[in-house]
Design a protein around this ligand. Structure first.
Ligand code: HEM
Length: 142
């Protein structure tokens, strides 16, 4: 579970600082892209996307800060994953969110989005989403 290397954590934390300073734009790009590749997700979002986007980035920023303390993060992600069932989210939709998120990082960071940074972010998303999906959809979790 704890498979994020110290060097990767640094890359994540530095690149995330650049995203946070442009969080509103990032949220806007993210949802635009998500609804392009996954139009059926649009009606699931009831609150306004600006608020929603900020929440998403808050959780990710919390995760970024918690990379050194994953034990605290896991129960929060498990609860978050379970809440997503109530929002009507399916496990298969996590891949589109990942794609939109990566695309947004690339749009914001441009040339600074190096293959190493991409790899590090993919691992963080993979880690977060696998905990959420496991908690929400695993049959053994009943
Ligand atoms: C690592 C992955 C994800 C993270 C960190 C994340 C984070 C969040 C957060 C923080 C909220 C606010 C509400 C709450 O705390 O319960 C939320 C709500 C929501 N998320 Fe996610 N989410 C993720 C994946 C997804 C996926 C794959 C979908 C599928 C389309 C999705 C759709 C939604 C919807 C529909 C809501 C409720 C919106 C509303 O009520 O208006 N999320 N998410």
């Amino acid at each position: 579970m704890n498979n994020i290397e110290p060097q990767q954590k640094k890359l994540i934390q530095t690149s995330f600082a650049r995203i946070v300073s442009r969080a509103e734009r990032a949220a806007q790009l993210f949802y635009q892209r998500l609804f392009e590749i996954l139009p059926e997700a649009k009606p699931l979002f009831k609150s306004d996307l600006q608020t929603q986007g900020i929440k998403l980035f808050q959780v990710i920023s919390f995760a970024v800060c918690s990379l050194d303390n994953l034990d605290e993060l896991i129960p929060l992600l498990q609860d978050l994953g379970k809440r997503h069932i109530k929002y009507g989210v399916e496990a298969s939709q996590y891949a589109s969110v990942s794609e939109s998120f990566m695309w947004t990082l690339e749009e914001i960071l441009k040339d600074e989005f190096t293959p190493d940074i991409r790899q590090a972010w993919e691992e963080v998303y993979q880690l977060m989403s696998s905990v959420m999906i496991e908690a929400a959809y695993s049959k053994t979790d009943a």
